[in-house]
Ligand binder design. Sequence first.
Ligand code: SAM
Length: 476
Amino acid sequence: MPHSGIMPGAFIFYPLTICLVLQKFNQKNMELPADFLEMMKDHPGLDLNRFREALLGTAPVSIRLNPFKPIPDFDDCESVPWHPLGKYLPERPNFTLDPLFHAGTYYVQEASSMAICQALFQHTDLSKKMTVLDLCAAPGGKSTVLLSAISPDSFLLANEVIKARIPALRQNLTKWGRTNFMVSQHDPADFAGLKGTFDVVLVDAPCSGEGLFRKDPNACREWSLEQVGLCSARQRRILGEAQALVKAGGLLIYSTCTYNKLENDQQVEALLETGQFNVAPLTFPAEWGIAATQYGYQFYPNRLRGEGFYMSVLKNNGETAPAGTRQKVRKEFTRLSKKELAPIESWVAEPGQFAFFQKPNQEIVAIPKDLEEHFLLVANNLSRRSFGLHIGQVKQHKLVPSHELALSHLTSNRIPAVELDLEPARDFLRKEPFALDTPQKGWHLIRFRGHDLGWAKLLGNRFNNYLPTEWRIRNY
Ligand code: SAM
C-alpha cells in the first residue's frame, strides 16, 4: 500500500465520486457499435465475449514514476510488466490533492501506452546521444516516457499541432524537470527543413479511440466507420511526412489507441511499400499477454491490465539526406554576456553546462551547451516553438526566478528552501494563506518531502506565493 502524502481512496470527494458513479453507469449501459464488433471478429484468437466483458469492467489505474525525482511511495504496488517504472494502484486516489503529483514525481498514464519504451530498449543504444521527435505529443504522456529513457545528453522535440493542447504538454514536460527538450506547435507538413534529422520519430497518431471505450464512453458514442476512414486518411498523411524525418538507420514508432486494421497494420503496410523501412520486431514474454499482429503488437484489455493499444516499430534502411543546417542564432535571442550572467549564476547548480539567452520579452532561458546545435536547428526551422528552460527575468540586477526553474534539476542547492507538511503544501498549491515560519527573508523554494513545488518570497511577517495562477489547484 502506498504511503505518500496521498492514500489511495482517502480523498475521494464529491465531484470525483459522482464521476466514478457516472462512469460505472455509462459502462453498464454502453452499447458497443455493431460495426465495431463486426470488425473485431477479424482479430485472430480474440475471444469476443471476454473482450466485451473486459470493456464493461473497470479500467486499472496506473502511474509511471519519474526516474529523476524518485519517491519510495509506490514500491509495494504491482509493477507494469513492460515498463520498469510503471505501477498499478489498488484504486484511483485524488491525484489533484497530492503535492507529489504537482512536483512531477509521477505521471498518471494508462499502462499499455507505456510500452513504447520497449522499442527504445530493444532497438536503440540508450547510452548514446540521440535526437528524438514526438510528432503528436500532447498532453505529453509518451514524451515523458521518452525523456525518462534517453540519456541526459539526448534531445527531444515534443510537437503538437493543436494550439489549445500546448499548455498541458508544456506543463507536463516542465514537471518532469529536464532541460533537454523543446516544444513546438506545427503541422507535420512544416517539418521539411528537419528531414533525416531524428534517430527516433514517434507518431502516436490521432485515432478513432476504440481502445478508450472503457475509460471514456464518449469515445464509444462518437465512433463510426466514417470516423475510422477519416482517421486513417489523416494517419497516412502524418506518416508520409514523418517517415522523411527519420535518419538512415533510425526508428519510426507508430502507435494508436485503437484496434481496427485500417488505422494500424494497414498504415504500416503502406509505409513498407515505399521500400525504405523494415519492421523491427519486438520480443515480449508470453505472460505479458501482448498479441503480435502482421506488422505490430496489439494490447487487448481482456488479455492484460491496460487499455486497447497498438504499436509497430520500423527501421529506416534507406537513405534520408539530412536537410541543410542553418545554425546561426536568430536575432530574437541574445546570448548573455559574462556580466549579464552574474545575477543568475548563484541560482543554477552548474551554470558552466548551460548557454543562456535573453528573449525579446526579457525572459532569460537556458539550454544545455551540448545540445545548442539541436536547439538552434529546430529554432531556425520551426517558428512556433519553445526555446530552453525559463530561468526568469533580471530586474534591478536581481533575478526574479521563473516557475520552470523551480521544477527543474537546474536549481542550486544553495537556494534557501522551506519544507511544508501536507496541508500547507496543498494550501500553497491552492494559493491560499498558510503560516510560513522562517526567519530568513527573500526567495525560497517551497518543498514537499524534498520535492520542489514553486517559489515564495518572504518579506518579514508575510510572504508572496509565486505559483503561476494557471498552475493553481482549483475547487478542492
Ligand atoms: N502522445 C500523446 C500522449 O501520450 O500523451 C497523445 C497523443 S494523441 C493520441 C494524438 C495527438 O495528435 C493529439 O494531441 C492531437 O491533437 C494530435 N493531432 C491531431 N491532428 C493532428 C494532425 N493532423 N497532425 C498531427 N497531430 C495531430
